[in-house]
Design a binder for this molecule. Structure first.
Ligand code: GTP
Ligand code: MG
Length: 166
């Protein structure tokens, strides 16, 4: 088996969008109904088999609270991939996600693989607006649920497929 290091992956998005829940689901297979709001940022790593190789994810889970916004560049600047998470039941959270896309497009690494995750999909039917928006902005789009585990592994695997292996 070949081993690949994918570099840093950063999760960005509004407070309560479910960034920590997605990471917790991906890394530990768990979900908490009352997940605590992240302070600063948290680091996780996870090694998974993708086809006939093992790939290592190193993940920064950032805090969505506005007072931590100024810290974000520290985490996304060195990142190979970003997952911008919003809550599908919350329009403000989608607007916040668009702001993150703009910030990454103007200040992030231009080679960054960027995913848009419409999380809490268990609470709502798919919305067309987001997939159109993602297409127009060169993002790949998936609706996820940290609660039911729907598309959680998949979004990380899609990133792995798109990243150069070093
Ligand atoms: P900050 O750390 O404050 O930026 O928030 P966050 O984006 O990390 O959100 P977090 O993972 O803490 O989730 C916020 C709340 O939403 C928690 O109560 C979770 O249980 C809930 N939640 C997260 N993902 C899902 C989901 O897919 N479905 C449902 N129904 N609830 C979810
Ligand atoms: Mg969090």
């Amino acid at each position: 088996m070949l081993n690949y290091d994918l570099g840093l992956d950063v999760l960005l998005g509004d407070v309560g969008a479910g960034k920590s829940s997605l990471v917790l689901r991906f890394v530990k297979g768990q979900f908490l109904e009352f997940q605590e709001s992240t302070i600063g940022a948290a680091f996780f790593s996870q090694t998974v088999a993708v086809n006939d190789a093992t790939v290592k994810f190193e993940i920064w889970d950032t805090a969505g609270q506005e007072r931590y916004h100024s810290l974000a560049p520290m985490y996304y600047r060195g990142a190979a991939a970003a997952i911008i998470v919003y809550d599908t039941t919350n329009q403000m959270s989608f607007e916040r996600a668009k702001k993150w896309v703009q910030e990454l497009q103007s200040q992030g690494n231009p080679n960054m693989v960027t995913a848009l995750a419409g999380n809490k999909a268990d609470l709502l039917d798919e919305r067309k607006e987001a997939s159109t928006y993602a297409q127009e902005n060169g993002l790949f789009f998936m609706e996820t649920s940290a609660k039911t585990a729907s598309n959680v592994n998949d979004i990380f695997y899609e990133i792995a497929k798109r990243l150069p292996r070093v």
